[in-house]
Ligand binder design. Structure first.
Ligand SMILES: [Zn+2]
Length: 254
């Protein structure tokens, strides 16, 4: 049964990942999210259904367009794979609990943001708004009145990040923090609480820094796309907290 759920989640995650990767491309380029159907970015020919199967098509087509043979950016394949794997990991770590749904929403935000922030230095307001609404509904259903704590966390984090940005701008005499990153931190605070968000910020800073050392991709202002790292930080904290809780449970039993 368990393996059956994992396979289903892997397939479902890859389909969602494919859709979200496409959104990550379409939203910054101001292309409608529902129309046209998927097409090659180079020759603009519409893709047949079998050229559009998540993960598989990229492997079968050897990463090239079936019509013009231009290389397809591997970021789409990687995000489909990452989405599928994270859907399964979220289930294996949390089961179908509140944290599964929270980590899966964060996974979805991560997939869109990887494409839009890495390729276009853009974090979509639409993604921020949809994830905020979903998280508030989720927390309200599971936590009832205590959901208020997370909403307050998000508001406080938003204020805190704005102050950090103002100070940063004064010190560095240039834009120190993107507005998208500030909004994303509020979403993360809504998902995992303020206290955990600071740890997420810490992990994001370290992974972001390491990444920029190995793979320098900065825009003309020297800005590193930071959004994906913030969400990776948030997911890591959820996994780490779960691990610590399990260890404590083991200690109590033994
Ligand atoms: Zn093509």
């Amino acid at each position: 049964m368990e393996i059956f759920i994992c396979i289903l989640l892997f397939i479902f995650g890859s389909i969602i990942g494919s859709f979200l990767g496409c959104m990550g491309y379409r939203i910054p380029n101001k292309i409608k999210t529902t129309y046209p159907n998927s097409y090659c970015e180079n020759c603009k020919k519409e893709l047949k259904w079998y050229m559009n199967i998540p993960i598989l098509s990229y492997i079968l087509l050897k990463g090239k367009c079936a019509y013009c043979h231009k290389k397809i950016n591997s970021i789409y394949f990687l995000t489909e794979l990452l989405s599928a794997i994270l859907f399964v990991i979220n289930y294996l770590v949390f089961g179908f609990t509140l944290n599964f749904y929270i980590s899966t929403i964060l996974t979805c935000v991560l997939i869109v943001t990887i494409v839009s922030d890495f390729l276009y230095y853009y974090i979509s307001d639409r993604v921020i708004i949809i994830s905020t609404i979903l998280l508030i509904i989720l927390q309200s259903v599971f936590l009832k009145i205590y959901a208020f704590k997370y909403i307050l966390s998000a508001a406080l984090m938003f204020g805190f990040m704005c102050i950090i940005k103002l100070i940063g701008n004064m010190v560095f005499k240039k834009e120190s923090l993107g507005d998208g990153d500030i909004k994303l931190m509020a979403v993360i605070s809504l998902a995992i609480g303020m206290y955990n968000s600071f740890f997420a910020l810490f992990i994001a800073s370290i992974t972001g820094l390491l990444f920029s050392l190995f793979y320098i991709r900065k825009n003309k202002d020297g800005i590193i796309p930071f959004g994906p790292f913030l969400i990776i930080g948030a997911l890591s904290i959820l996994y780490i907290n779960n691990f610590i809780n399990m260890m404590q449970l083991f200690n109590e039993i033994l």
